[in-house]
Each structure stands twice: as structure tokens, then as C-alpha cells.
Design a protein around this ligand. Sequence first.
Ligand SMILES: *Cc1c(COP(=O)(O)O)cnc(C)c1O
Length: 240
Amino acid sequence: MSVEAAAAGPARRAELAANLAAARDRIAAACAAAGRTTDEVTLVAVTKTFPASDVRLLVGLGQHDIGENRDAEASVKAAELTDLPVRWHFVGQLQRNKANSVVRYADLVHSVDRRPLVEALAGAAARHRDHPLDVLLQVRLDDAEGRGGVPVGELPALVDDVLGHEELRLRGLMAVAPLGADPDPAFAVLAERAEWLRGVVPTATIVSAGMTGDLEAAVRHGATHVRVGRGLLGTRAKLG
Ligand SMILES: *Cc1c(COP(=O)(O)O)cnc(C)c1O
């Protein structure tokens, strides 16, 4: 049996089913604790570094929202799985020269964080799509530039940039909690900015925050989308 066939077998399906049930239970408990209903939170399964066969199994288990963080990997999986009703979330740092590729398969780009990228995505969407591209602005909640995000103070200008392009639809905000710090104060800042944004753009209702390690805190602070990788797929073999 090939590695791919083994990986897609019944044992892997059972493992993913159990992980999916556990993740959904965690989200339900977090929603209950926060006085929110479970249907307010969408689970995005982040499948980076895992094979397309895992995405196929997840979709078979009813998990249609799939996240990837690298175009080189995501574009190959998307091309392989065009027969499936996947909703592709692009969650990683994005280079301008990948815009033409990403707009062809992505349903929601979470990680828009600078003007040149807005321009590149709008141009690419005009060339390759017949309907607007949904985007989130990634907000930086710490001083580390390495993981992307627009500084909070520069958010209003970036909102204006996106609103100037009819090829893009601003749907909300995204953030990654600071490394090694309490996520609560950071997610509180995000929640406050999200409320401000809804005042400017009432349809920008998405708050993408929370990963395997901190989804409860994110749900407490109004996350509408949690992005779970390890908690569903298992430990990643390589950094991603
Ligand atoms: C990898 C990744 C995730 C998932 O992280 P886990 O800790 O594996 O749950 C979420 N968001 C982004 C942007 C990622 O790159």
C-alpha cells in the first residue's frame, strides 16, 4: 500500500473524526461559557503540511472550511480537489507575486496586511474572477513584524484602501495572538477594533482568531472563525 493510500485509510478517517468531534465540543463549550451560540463560530481546519487525502476525509466528515498558509501547497491541493465542495481559506503571509494564483481558488483571504497586497489582490481578482474576493485585514497585536499584520494605528487607512476596490469585499479582521503571552488582552484589542469596523462597514462581521492553543480565549472575545490545525490533524512534521 502506498503511503498516500495508508494515510487515507479507515484508521486515519477515525482519527480525524474523533479530533473533529473533540474540536467541535471545545468550541461548543467555549460558546456556552461566553453566552454565545455554537452556530456563531465557524471551524476552519488548517491542513497545511498534511496531504490532500486528509482534506478529502475531512470534507467527507462534513468539514468544508479548509485553511492553508502557503500558496505553493494550497494551489496544488485545490487543483486536486476541485470535485469537492471546499471553502478555501488562505490564512498565511502572502507575497504580492502569489496574488494571481491565490485569487483563483481562495474563497476568503484572511491575511491582507498592507497596501501593495491590496492592489495586487484587486488587480488579480479583476483578471481571474467573475465575482469579488472576500478579504479580512490581519491586525498585528504585538511588536513582532515577523508574523505579519497591520499595526492597529494603520488599520483605518488600510480599510480605506480596500473599500476603494470593487473587486474586493471587506468581511472583517483576523489576528494571531502574541507568542508566549496571555492572548486575552490581545484578543480584547481585536474585539474593540472589530466593533469599530462594523460601525464603518456593517457587513464586515468576521473575526478570525484563535488556534488550537487559544480558541477558548478567542471565542470569549467574539471570534466568528477559529483556525485549528494541530488539534484536528495532529503534530506537523515540519514547520508551517
Ligand atoms: C498554522 C496556523 C493555524 C493553526 O495553528 P494550530 O496551532 O496548528 O492550531 C492558525 N492560523 C494560522 C495563520 C496558521 O498559520
